[in-house]
Design a protein around this ligand. Sequence first.
Ligand SMILES: [Zn+2]
Length: 607
Amino acid sequence: MTTERAGIPAKYKWDLSAIYPDEAAFSAEFSETERMIAEYPKHESTMLSRPEALAAALADHYAIDRKMAKLYEYAARNFDVDTSVNSWQAQTAKVINLSSRFMAAAYFVVPYLLKLDAEKLEQWYLACPELQKYRRVIEVELRRKPYVLSDECEKLLAGMSQGLDSHDGIYSILTDCDMQFGKIRDEEGRLVELTDSSYLKFLMSQNRRVRRAAFTKLYRGYEQFGNTIATVLNGFIKEKATLAKLREYESSLFASTFADEVTPEIYNNLIDTVNRNLEVLFDYYDLKREVLGLPKLHMYDAYAPLIADYDRDYTYEEARDEVLEAVKIFGDEYYQTLKAGMTEWGWVDVYPNKGKRGGAYSSGSYDTEPYILLNFNGKFDDMSTLAHEAGHSMHSYFSRKNNEFHLSNYNIFVAEVASTVNELVLATKKLRESENDLEKLSVLNHIMETFKGTLFRQTMFAEFERDIYALVEANEPLTREILCEKYYAIVKKYFGPRVVVDQQISMEWMRIPHFYYNFYVYKYATCISAASSVMKKIAERGDEYIRKYIDFLKCGNSKSPIESLMIAEIDMTRPEVVEDAVSVFADTVKQFREIAGRLGMIKSGKN
Ligand SMILES: [Zn+2]
């Protein structure tokens, strides 16, 4: 029975009245924003006439964006804590609608900016300090200039954009709604429905029969639709590749990394470095086989738990205080701000309640607190999630505090660094302090699973993605057979010679929605690598390095993501950064093996 929200004490809930005292204040700001949007088109005729006019057009643009972000925050946070309240759903939709109206009213801004030439702009910056403030955001837009087509072509593409981009929609309707997988027998022998979302739960069962049944049944379901899914994926990639080619990008990979302000070099460095270090992943699978006491590890054993649940419970206050203790190493401003955020400023909405959105996230806008949503359940994972989201919120806090609005949103490429650093800082503290072996194993297991899932698995996906785009760009067809063959070869490489790579896994690409994100997943792996590097430097250099790390958090979008990481001495083009992540993983596997050996948990010593 989930709790009613009204029954939860206020100290565990957001106080959104800090954003607007009441709905009337929200409505008043909404109307004010509408008025500003209605006036915005006046900039069209003047924007390129003089530097002051350009600065004014940009200033108004960001003023409207800033108000809309605050409005959205208020409506969406209210909606997320109780999704049964339709009025908040309607208010959220209203703000989204307002933002599309603004996009229409300000349609001319980007194309006009792209008409400016660099030399003239330099003169304008000199003549107008107000405009100089916007140099970075203008430069980000102007980078795209070589890849922008003629006005007619851009108009044509914009007009067609509704018809484009439909493949991922078809894919998710097919896999979420239309496909059925039937029933399997659970641990108690009861017939239960297998769905793609319950699949992982069965794969994590301690009962091998259940794991194997789920694995076999799920792929029997996918097998029937393999040709359809291959056709949809082929269509998606062809579309992205065609657009990249039309715009004369070197490749689809170049186009996509260019949008993140990074390069294919960084993408390839990740894959190459992980490839050179796969032996440590094979060690992990050996450990898993030995602890499970199996003669051979199969694909359906890959998620079997290494340890039965270690059931230490934390109250929210305990978890919060542990997180606060752990982040003390980041200095006074970090610690005091997070402490006040969690205890006085209502940053965290802690417990699940009826109608509340599931999962966890950090949100917030320039004019609000960096809110954290949790569904706290008292386990180590929940405490780790709090540390993670607090990392996002503190990154946002530093970025917003040290930059004007238009430079305050850090790039997606660095978005998971601060959160992962916090997870690692908490885990390191727990390992250092705990005298209980089972607790230590539980923390080590948490770290191993995080690195396996984030560093290795995402890199495996990134490699597959790169290879299939390359095939399409070489005009090779992406049939079901080719996709299965390529995928199987990559899985075999990542699981190594001592794991049985069951044939069904060749179809796993069919169930990965991320292949419709267009080169997205590598960022998970690069972020955990950067975070590992930060941890290593903190251990070696202490406060002197921590100051640099905090400077990185303060950077916001005032520099490119690569330059901002350089402030923390993280060079994403170098293999060392990825190697730092590999060595955290290797070291964790080693520690787990030592303790498990001492406790007699290693059941079979050889293959
Ligand atoms: Zn995150």
